[in-house]
Design a protein around this ligand. Structure first.
Ligand SMILES: Cc1ncc(COP(=O)(O)O)c(C=O)c1O
Length: 388
């Protein structure tokens, strides 16, 4: 058993190391190329979507997804206050106005409040599935265009459908804390070809051309383009106000190998969650355990524990001192963070539950590196420390 059981931890071994070493030994050109292409196709297919665009992080994927929506500056976008900071940062940095809803018992955006906003004319939403728990399917029908943040929920299903393919664009993270890892990395998936071309351009300096770095004339018409009557190399035509958010080729290599392990990892996460749940269910006088919408089968990101009484900080310190790492529920209530000082936003319903979660919730690990013996240690330590 480890001295500190991590809340989040990556798992890759010889297979991944060898593949990356082999790549480095045989090429000098290590930016995104054919392996990233393959991973994009395989990942999108896995989610039942036609198109994937890999990025250098989940946050980058959210940024380009919001940009690809084409929402005019000042557009009000429904989003929960209990979220990850870069979801809101993407909206703010691109000139949108976040309209914050509170969380529900599931830790996710309150579906009734989302419905209310949609009835009041809000047509845009950015919605994360927090901690692996899926949002009810109905929320995706309330808005014209949605960005789905599936960073915490790869492998989760609701009524048999995988999350990560509900949004107009759905975003994923391969940071080591997540279900599969490429070191840093992210992915947008979409079913819409125009949105896909925009996303591809946005990660690649805004180019119109879809050749990967190091490749020329994939379309056979490189010299058949003009700008304002001037013949111009297609590679140098700027279609969008883009960024450079491409991943390294190694990320594509790692991603393909990790994707093969997703089912195994998701099973372990579910097993670990069930183990902890069964052990903690007798403590419901002290803690509130996570609840799920009907039809949900989460691929858990972590185990959220809401402390009904007691001081969360001292409980967390005691738990960590006994070798169980704890983490906070992401932003808690993002509106209370310094990043929101002076930033235009709206809070139509109050955010009491998000604030309560921010004050009283902590996360412990159920990740796929945690053994049954370690699960038992987590359960024992948590039960003893919350009962003091
Ligand atoms: C829900 C959620 N969204 C977005 C992100 C950002 O992903 P990345 O760290 O790859 O930028 C995270 C990261 O942990 C996350 O948990």
């Amino acid at each position: 058993m480890r001295d500190l059981i991590p809340c989040y931890a990556p798992d890759f071994g010889q297979e991944e190391r060898m593949a990356v070493m082999q790549h480095l030994a045989t090429t000098q050109f290590i930016t995104a190329g054919p392996w990233v292409d393959k991973f994009e196709r395989e990942f999108a297919k896995r989610l039942g979507r036609q198109y994937g665009v890999m990025t250098n992080s989940g946050s980058s994927s959210i940024l380009i997804a919001v940009k690809a929506m084409g929402w005019p500056a000042g557009t009000e976008v429904a989003t929960p206050a209990l979220t990850f900071p870069t979801d809101v940062a993407a909206l703010v940095n691109l000139g949108m106005v976040p309209v914050f809803v509170d969380c529900f018992d599931t830790y996710n955006a309150d579906a009734n409040q989302l419905y209310d906003l949609s009835q009041k004319g809000i047509k845009a939403a950015l919605l994360p599935h927090m901690f692996g728990i899926p949002l009810p399917e109905v929320v995706w029908t309330l808005f014209d265009k949605t960005v789905e943040d599936n960073c915490d929920a790869l492998g989760t299903t609701i009524n048999g459908r995988m999350t990560g393919a509900f949004g107009t664009v759905s975003c994923h993270s391969f940071y080591p804390a997540h279900h599969i890892t490429t070191g840093e990395g992210g992915m947008c998936v979409t079913a819409n070809h125009d949105v896909y071309s925009t996303l591809f351009s946005l990660v690649s300096w805004g180019r119109d051309c879809y050749c990967r770095p190091g490749y020329d004339d994939s379309c056979g018409n490189r010299w058949g383009h003009k700008i304002s009557g001037i013949d111009y190399d297609h590679k140098y035509i700027a279609k969008t106000c883009g960024f450079n958010l491409k991943p390294l080729e190694m990320c594509g290599i790692l991603g393909r190998l990790q994707l093969n392990k997703l089912d195994k990892y998701a099973e372990i996460r579910k097993r670990n969650f069930e183990y902890l749940y069964k052990r903690l269910v007798d403590c419901e006088d002290v803690v509130k355990l996570p609840v799920m919408p009907s039809g949900a089968d989460p691929s858990w990101f972590a185990f959220p524990i809401f402390l009904k009484k007691g001081d969360r900080t001292s409980v967390c310190k005691r738990i960590e001192a006994r070798g169980v790492q704890v983490r906070m529920p992401m932003a808690g209530n993002i509106t209370l963070h310094p990043m929101m000082d002076g930033v235009p936003h709206r809070v139509p319903f109050g955010l009491d539950r998000s604030t309560e979660v921010m004050r009283q919730t902590f996360l412990v690990g159920v990740n796929h590196t945690i053994t049954e013996e370690e699960c038992e240690h987590i359960a024992k330590v948590v039960i003893e420390e919350i009962s003091i």
